[in-house]
Design a protein around this ligand. Structure first.
Ligand code: SAH
Ligand code: MG
Length: 203
């Protein structure tokens, strides 16, 4: 795997080992169609998925309203004041995200969709080879993401879910809940869990 920028220079929340797993799985389903991610932030995961899509001649749809999740808001644990738009009084990661795309020469691969996951999904009809869910971590947000996107996966496609923690004392359980829901649906089989990244295959 060759990334076109130093991934360490991009702000974000993805372990390099998880990033590599995203890249490999995205590459492996490259013949099945495009990929979509929910939750791009400044483009760390986008870089790994985008490089795989470049190699397979696919597009990557990158959905994020760029206003941050609950934990990114002022006063919260993962707030970054550099990403706060003082004029709007809101978080704005889109500027940084675009910078990442330009630096990585991914502007002809990645289609940014600056909207909430539910709005982006409302009229969506394109089949997907891979879906990466890394958006809001409230129970409601995670369920909405799962319901909105998992159904668009083609057979053999990959569903990746970030921030899987089986121990409730470590972190929120919503990503793990949708992972469990997907398995219980009988529509997916477990592929592997890489650190906190859960990977499933659509049967
Ligand atoms: N994948 C990123 C980290 C994502 S952080 C990385 O590799 O670093 C979570 C992102 O989800 C935030 O940028 C936030 O704006 C976005 N988000 C949260 N809830 C959302 C929703 N309902 N719709 C769209 N994006 C959302
Ligand atoms: Mg995450």
């Amino acid at each position: 795997m060759k990334l076109s920028v130093d991934v360490e220079t991009i702000k974000g929340f993805l372990d390099p080992v998880e990033g590599r797993a995203l890249y490999e799985h995205c590459l492996s389903v490259g013949s099945l169609g495009p990929t979509l991610e929910v939750g791009s932030y400044c483009g760390k995961s986008t870089l790994y998925l985008g490089e795989a899509c470049r190699r397979t001649g696919n597009s990557l749809f990158a959905v994020d309203h760029h206003r941050g999740s609950e934990e990114h808001q002022p006063g919260e644990e993962y707030h970054d004041p550099d990403l706060f738009d003082e004029n709007a009084g809101l978080m704005d990661t889109f500027r940084e995200f675009r910078r990442t795309l330009r630096q990585a020469k991914l502007e002809e691969i990645v289609v940014p969709i600056v909207a909430s996951s539910s709005l982006a999904a409302r009229h969506w009809h394109t089949s997907l080879a891979m879906v990466f869910i890394d958006g809001g971590h409230s129970h409601e947000a995670a369920i909405t993401d799962y319901r909105s996107w998992a159904g668009h996966l083609v057979p053999g496609g990959v569903l990746a879910i970030h921030d899987i923690f089986t121990d409730p004392t470590e972190a929120g359980q919503a990503p793990f809940e949708i992972f469990t829901l997907a398995v219980a649906s009988g529509l997916f089989r477990k592929l592997e869990i890489v650190k906190t990244l859960g990977l499933l295959q659509r049967l």
